[in-house]
Design a protein around this ligand. Sequence first.
Ligand code: AHN
Ligand code: ZN
Length: 334
Amino acid sequence: MKHTRNLNAWPLLVALLVVACTPDPPESTTVPAPALPELPPAPVFDADSAYAFVKQQVDFGPRVPGTKAHQACADWMVARLKAAGAEVIEQTGTVTVYTGQKMPLRNIIARWRPEATDRILLLAHYDTRPYADKDNVRKNEPIDGANDGGSGVGVLLEIARHLAGKEHGPGVDILFTDVEDHGQPSGAMSGDDNGIDTWALGAQYFAKNPHVPGYKARFGILLDMVGAKDAVFYREAISMQFAPAIVAKVWRTAAALGHGERFVQETKYFVGTDDHVPINRDLRIPTVDVIEFHEASGSFHPSWHTHADNMDVIDRATLNAVGHTVLEVVWRER
Ligand code: AHN
Ligand code: ZN
């Protein structure tokens, strides 16, 4: 046998073999993320409309449970929600306030696309405090509650106007709670836990008797005192304990929309209690409280539970920052 093989040809042969045996490489070695369908852009939040909704509540008079003004305002809210295409469920009952007095309770629940099992909950209280215990004058007279009561409802009624147009993602519920603000005086932010359960009676009732047995939502957002000029919203401490991921979502969205100066990435205080507590604790729905902390007073807004809580403190820019953010958060869920 003649050896005619040229040893110098070996490397070429090996190279050819390797090429021949290697399968065609895929076009790209990184797996592209599955293309998610584009989300429809969020509707424009109209702060003038929200402002008008706050004023209309105040024009009814103080919304103290059991009064004509409270009933008329609740009827008007139900009409607004139905006009926005919601199915409305009213939850009525009787609760006992800290004085032992029995009070009628009327929670209002509005649902869009009720057949969707995956849901988002937005809430605010609509009753107003029956007295001005933080004021120096007319302490026994009820307050307007433009900020405390009016503002959260005003923002949510404006958001409600757009919800019939939301056809993607989870269904939305708006809960207007009653008898939030009939708690024992000086319970809030005083450091003593005395009477903490005397607040948020409507939310407590809802959490124990939801309109749907076993009611669940992805998350909840509570709006409380979201209308005062120059209001700043810190990451509220109870929300940080129960729902840190939702706090991150809401505050991140606010910053992305240019409202980072108001939605500050800092935890400064503990509200004592609010409507989000029973929703978190009993229904286990991670729920955040967007509530003003007033740096100068080291507490809530200086008008809190005084007669100064009237339309003069309400500012469209604040309503806009909150409404714009919440509408965007809701629209971004897929
Ligand atoms: C307490 O008063 C304990 N927490 C604040 C709840 C509240 C009252 N929100 C508005 N008014
Ligand atoms: Zn209050």
